[in-house]
Design a protein around this ligand. Structure first.
Ligand SMILES: Cc1cc2nc3c(=O)[nH]c(=O)nc-3n(C[C@H](O)[C@H](O)[C@H](O)COP(=O)(O)OP(=O)(O)OC[C@H]3O[C@@H](n4cnc5c(N)ncnc54)[C@H](O)[C@@H]3O)c2cc1C
Length: 287
């Protein structure tokens, strides 16, 4: 369940893991532009570097197989912390009060392929359109529970109700059923309650708003950092401090942007969004 947009910073991370060749062999889509659509207002910008689109079916298998062949053991839910260092990479885990919950939804479409990551904002949510491998386009959105209930959780009807998005995807055909996930809560709990021997990475460490397209870059980066820290038995507090240096800025900026969005005024966003600067501010600080 993902927009499957990979920030340019992913390339050096994969190279460091010895996975660059197999990543490129999977022929990820190349993404050169970003489009932010707020209804009548649309902003387009060239991305500072090439970004990529690769389905999670392919990317996750690549990463998992590489971790296992490098000696990692899948520990499962029952691994007792303290026995051996554990990298906690179990993804999001959150509860949220009913009514205010956010849910994500995603499908793959076939048809003319673009070279941009496009975000269509509407009251209470947004939908991304972004190419992946094999001529497919990922359509992935996030909306509040009340909006989704208005559409009876029929995602086809929801996307068709946003005129600019409807026009964009009308030449495309949906290739798979909708996947959905939630509730989505943007939390950083495990950073506040460290457990010795347990190194949280990716969404288990902190979940950033999907519109940033930084989640997988953060997951791969902190996954590598957690693995190194675990191998060296670093104090978990020191590891978490390193992560904070990397993540505080993108989390602060994405939460400001999200608050404007959930206030229900996407047109305000159009005026406030500093174009490609927003893109830069929501990337982790990689050296
Ligand atoms: C709607 C939506 C759109 C998104 N779009 C993008 C995007 O376009 N680009 C981007 O970079 N990021 C995006 N993200 C964020 C991105 O998906 C996450 O940041 C990323 O998947 C985090 O990776 P992870 O490995 O930490 O967690 P996950 O990808 O959630 O993986 C965790 C895995 O661990 C498994 N697991 C859980 N518990 C256990 C256990 N006890 N034992 C064994 N396995 C377990 C889970 O089943 C899961 O497969 C999006 C997120 C959402 C919700």
């Amino acid at each position: 369940m993902c927009g499957e947009f990979l920030s340019p910073g992913i390339l050096p991370q994969l190279e460091q893991l010895g996975l660059l060749e197999s990543f490129l062999a999977a022929e990820p889509a190349r993404i050169h532009r970003m489009v932010l659509n707020y209804g009548r207002v649309e902003k387009t910008a060239k991305l500072p570097d090439t970004a990529y689109g690769l389905s999670r079916f392919v990317l996750d298998k690549l990463l998992y197989d590489a971790a296992v062949s490098a000696g990692a053991q899948a520990a499962g839910a029952s691994a007792p912390p303290g026995v051996a260092p554990v990298v906690l990479a179990t993804g999001r885990r959150a509860v949220a009060p009913r009514g205010k919950r956010l849910f994500g939804f995603k499908s793959h479409y076939r048809g003319p392929v673009g070279d941009a990551v496009e975000l269509y904002f509407f009251r209470g949510g947004y939908v991304g359109v972004s190419p992946v491998e094999s001529g497919l386009t990922n359509i992935c959105g996030l909306a509040s529970e009340d909006i989704l209930r208005n559409w009876n959780f029929r995602f086809d009807d929801l996307v068709a109700s946003v005129p600019t998005l409807n026009r964009r995807i009308s030449p495309l055909t949906r290739e798979m059923g909708w996947l959905s996930t939630g509730p989505l809560v943007f939390r950083t709990e495990s950073r506040k309650n460290p457990v010795e021997g347990l190194y949280p990475a990716g969404d288990a460490l902190a979940f950033i708003d999907p519109f940033t397209g930084s989640g997988m870059l953060i997951a791969v980066t902190t996954g590598s950092m957690a693995g190194s820290a675990a191998a060296q038995n670093l104090p978990v507090r020191d590891y978490l401090q390193k992560c904070a240096g990397l993540l505080n800025r993108p989390f602060e900026f994405s939460s400001i942007f999200r608050r404007v969005l959930t206030a229900g005024v996407p047109s305000l966003l159009a005026r406030l969004t500093p174009g490609v600067l927003l893109y830069r501010l929501t990337r982790p600080r990689l050296s």
